[in-house]
Design a protein around this ligand. Sequence first.
Ligand SMILES: *Cc1c(COP(=O)(O)O)cnc(C)c1O
Length: 232
Amino acid sequence: MHTPFPKASTLTEPTSSALEDVNRRISKSAIAGGRKPSDAVLIAVSKTFPAEKILPIIQLGQRHFGENRVQEAMEKWPEIRKSVRDIVLHMIGPLQTNKVRDAVAHFDVIHSIDRPKLAEKLADEMHKQNRHLKCFVQINTGREQQKAGIDPSEAKDFIEACRQKWKLPVQGLMCIPPQGEEPSPHFAFLRELAHRNQLQCLSMGMSSDFEIAITLGATHVRVGSAIFGPRQ
Ligand SMILES: *Cc1c(COP(=O)(O)O)cnc(C)c1O
């Protein structure tokens, strides 16, 4: 069978050990928080990185990946998926309604549901394509003007509408704490909000704060630069 993997000699050592290091740190913080290491899914955020950087990470056993642009994901992942069938692709960025059809076709999980129009369109496309992607509602925990996400005061009604009106398979909540702020109050708040709404999953924590996110209950951490190195 055709294999897309580069020869061992071309593998980039730093990224390999970086993934192992992130996995070790995930296990450690899970155990410290009284959880099992397997309770947290590591999503390797591969945005901006080409297939040559991604393949060595796959070869090390990583299967969950995150992208923030539909177009970029469509350019990279279909080819990789031809030879690696069990990839799980997560959409973690803002999603325009005119990209929903492609997003539903190419992704397995959507983390960024943040408005009624999008929820409605996603539900419609999932039905049409008979593909039922796991869904996260993004919450603007810092109530930032420019930031995507549902205002905390509207979360309950929005989650309810996703379930009842649009019949979306909502599994959890996602947040991106404000830059330069202590993230833990945001993570703790997201956990509380999920609990109040009977949601099991929490997508929170990035390269700089995934350990604290895990001790506060993250089920999905989205880690890019700590695995792949700095982005251009
Ligand atoms: C880019 C991105 C990440 C990963 O960021 P790092 O700091 O590189 O780990 C996580 N979540 C979202 C929504 C992103 O856009």
